[in-house]
Design a protein around this ligand. Structure first.
Ligand SMILES: Nc1nc2c(c(=O)[nH]1)N[C@H]1C(S)=C(S)[C@@H](COP(=O)(O)OP(=O)(O)OC[C@H]3O[C@@H](n4cnc5c(N)ncnc54)[C@H](O)[C@@H]3O)O[C@H]1N2
Ligand code: MOO
Length: 392
C-alpha cells in the first residue's frame, strides 16, 4: 500500500493538461481559460465619454458660460462650442470635440441660458478619453486568462460574442451496487438511497465542471465492464464509486483489468479511502472511489480535485492547507493516516464526532479535513494540526 504523498504525486505525474480548444458564447465561458489572445475591435470607450451629469465646457478665463444645447447618453450629435460656451451633458454621453472639461452639476449655478461654475475646473476633468481602457487593435485579454464574471462583462463591452477557451473535461460518474435506489422511490429492505452521484455531481458543479454524465450499474460483471468501457472511451475523466473492494460482488477492479487500464495505484494507506484506484487509458483519467460516501468525497477533495486542476492547466492544484489550533481532543484508532471531518474557523478547528467512512451527516457539517499523519496517534486540545479547507 502506498502513502498519501506517493498517491498524490502519482496523480500529479500522470494527469496531463488538456490543451484542446472549445469555442463558447462569452456569457457561458465563466471558469474557462482563454485558449488564445483576444484583441479589441473597438476603442473602449469608443468616444470621449462624460463621467458625470453636469455641463461640458469650452473653457475660458471666466466662471460664466453661455448654455447652447444638450447631449444625453446615446445622442449622435456634436454641437460646436466656442470658448465660453457650455452644453448640458449626462453621464455616458459623448463629449463634443470642442469641449475640454465636464463640470458636475453640483458645482454649477444654472439659469435658463447661462451657468456659473462655483469651483475651479481642470482641463479634461470628468472626460474619459477614447480608448482609455483598451485601444482598437490592442490586446484586450491574454491567452490563459481565467474567465470570470468581470472578464465576461469586459469582453461583452468590447462587442465580443464568442471566445476560444481550453476545453474542460467531460466527466462520467458511475455508481455501482444492487442496493442503490433513487431518492423518491420506495425503499425495500436491504436497499439504501443512492447519494454518491448527487454528491459528486454537486462537488463538480461547484468547481464549475458542468459536462457530467451519470451512469448506474448493478453488481454484474458484464454490465460493469460494458458501462466502464463506454464511459472511458467517451470521457476525459471517469469517477466510479463502489465495487472496488475485495467482496465477491465487487467487479470494478476486474473490469478495469480487462479493459487494460494502466494502473498507477490501488490502495492508499489512509482512512477513509483505503481502496482507492487511479489509472489512465489514453487521455482518460480513471478514479475508482470507495463506495462509502464520506470516503468517496474525501478522495474527491484530496485527489480528484488535483487531477481536475492539472487537466485545466491551473497553477494551484491542491486545496489550500492551513495550520490550525485544535479545539478538540482526538485519539486515532489503527495506524492509517486519517482525514477527519472538521469545522475550521479563524485559525481554530473543531474535529467532529462521527468519523466513519459512511458518516455523511458529519461531512454535511464540515468545511475542512484535518490530516492526522501516521506517526501521530493522538491530538490534544491546543495542538497545531494540518487542515485542508474545502471549497464549500
Ligand atoms: N474484507 C474487506 N472488506 C472491506 C475492506 C477490506 O479491506 N477488506 N475495505 C473496506 C473499506 S475501507 C471500504 S472504504 C469499503 C469500500 O468498498 P467498495 O468501494 O467496494 O464499495 P461498496 O462495497 O460497493 O460500498 C460500500 C458502502 O457504500 C455504500 N454505497 C456504495 N455506493 C453508494 C452510492 N452510490 N450512494 C450511497 N451509498 C453507496 C454501499 O451500500 C456500502 O454500504 O470496503 C470495506 N470492506
Ligand atoms: O477506506 Mo474505508 O474508507 O476506511 O471505509
Amino acid at each position: 500500500m502506498i502513502s498519501v504523498n506517493q498517491a498524490i504525486n502519482l496523480v500529479k505525474k500522470h494527469c496531463k493538461p488538456m490543451l484542446r480548444k472549445a469555442t463558447k458564447p462569452v456569457e457561458k465561458a465563466n471558469g474557462y481559460k482563454l485558449f488564445s489572445d483576444v484583441y479589441s475591435n473597438i476603442n473602449m470607450p469608443p468616444f470621449r465619454q462624460s463621467a458625470m451629469d453636469g455641463y461640458a465646457l469650452n473653457m475660458h478665463n471666466q466662471n460664466t458660460y453661455k448654455l447652447i444645447g444638450e447631449v444625453k447618453a446615446g445622442d449622435n450629435k456634436q454641437p460646436v462650442l466656442e470658448a465660453g460656451e457650455a452644453i448640458r451633458i449626462f453621464t455616458g454621453a459623448p463629449v463634443p470635440e470642442t469641449a475640454n472639461a465636464v463640470v458636475m452639476q453640483e458645482k454649477v449655478a444654472a439659469k435658463a441660458n447661462e451657468i456659473t461654475v462655483t469651483t475651479s475646473v481642470f482641463e479634461h476633468e470628468n472626460i474619459r478619453p477614447i480608448g482609455e481602457q483598451v485601444k482598437s487593435g490592442a490586446l484586450a485579454l491574454e491567452k490563459n486568462t481565467k474567465i470570470t464574471p468581470a472578464a465576461i462583462g469586459y469582453l461583452s463591452s468590447l462587442g465580443v460574442t464568442t471566445i476560444d477557451v481550453f476545453k474542460k473535461p467531460n466527466i462520467a460518474i458511475i455508481t455501482t451496487g444492487n442496493e442503490l435506489v433513487n431518492p423518491g422511490e420506495p425503499l425495500e429492505y436491504g436497499c439504501i438511497y443512492e447519494s454518491n452521484s448527487k454528491m459528486l455531481l454537486s462537488a463538480l458543479y461547484s468547481l464549475k465542471f458542468y459536462d457530467v454524465t451519470i451512469l448506474k450499474v448493478n453488481d454484474d460483471f458484464d454490465n460493469t465492464y460494458n458501462t466502464l468501457r463506454e464511459a472511458i472511451t467517451n470521457h476525459d475523466l471517469v469517477l466510479i464509486t463502489g465495487g472496488i473492494s475485495v467482496g465477491d460482488y465487487d467487479f470494478v477492479g476486474d473490469a478495469l483489468t480487462k479493459l487494460n487500464i494502466t494502473q498507477h495505484f490501488y490502495k492508499v494507506m489512509q482512512k477513509p479511502g483505503k481502496p482507492l484506484f487511479f489509472g489512465t487509458k489514453n487521455h482518460t483519467n480513471i478514479f475508482a472511489l470507495p463506495g462509502n460516501p464520506a470516503a468517496a468525497l474525501t478522495c474527491f477533495y484530496k485527489y480528484v480535485y488535483t487531477a481536475l486542476q492539472i487537466m485545466m492547466n491551473n497553477e494551484r492544484v491542491d486545496l489550500p492547507t492551513v495550520s490550525a489550533k485544535s479545539e478538540t481532543a482526538f485519539v486515532k484508532k489503527g495506524d492509517r493516516p486519517q482525514f477527519l471531518k472538521a469545522i475550521y474557523n479563524n485559525d481554530n478547528v473543531t474535529i467532529l464526532e462521527g468519523q466513519s467512512s459512511a458518516m455523511q451527516h458529519t461531512f454535511a457539517l464540515a468545511n475542512a479535513l484535518v490530516f492526522v499523519p501516521q506517526e501521530v496517534s493522538e491530538i490534544k486540545i491546543g495542538d497545531t494540526v494540518e487542515t485542508m479547507l474545502l471549497p464549500v
